[in-house]
Design a protein around this ligand. Structure first.
Ligand SMILES: [Zn+2]
Length: 103
């Protein structure tokens, strides 16, 4: 069976749109989120308090709004540093990876 090229195009457009929507829903620039994951991987996630100490120290250094990002983090299963790394990285790494390729 041949694939309808218009359907393929539509699907591609849809996923790009979804991708942009997810990026737009992030409470910080995607690059900062990636850097946060890197930072947690190097320092923090392994020796979780368990609080968001490393995350909440990192955010203001980037001029990011802790008050806005912490509730977002909890909503996505990141209640402490190791959970931010485990759950949020898991949820967004693919989309951030795509962002990386597009950049
Ligand atoms: Zn933890």
């Amino acid at each position: 069976m041949n694939k309808d090229p218009r359907k393929v195009e539509l699907k591609k457009a849809w996923s790009e749109q979804e991708h942009r929507k997810v990026i737009a829903s992030l409470p910080m620039p995607p690059q900062d989120l990636r850097d946060l994951f890197d930072h947690l991987e190097d320092d923090g996630a392994a020796e979780c308090d368990p609080t968001l100490r490393v995350t909440t120290e990192f955010l203001p250094k980037r001029g990011l709004d802790v008050e806005r990002i912490v509730p977002w983090s909890r909503e996505h299963g990141g209640h402490c540093d190791c959970e931010v790394f485990a759950n949020i990285e898991d949820e967004f790494s693919e989309i951030l990876g795509k962002y990386d390729h597009a950049a």
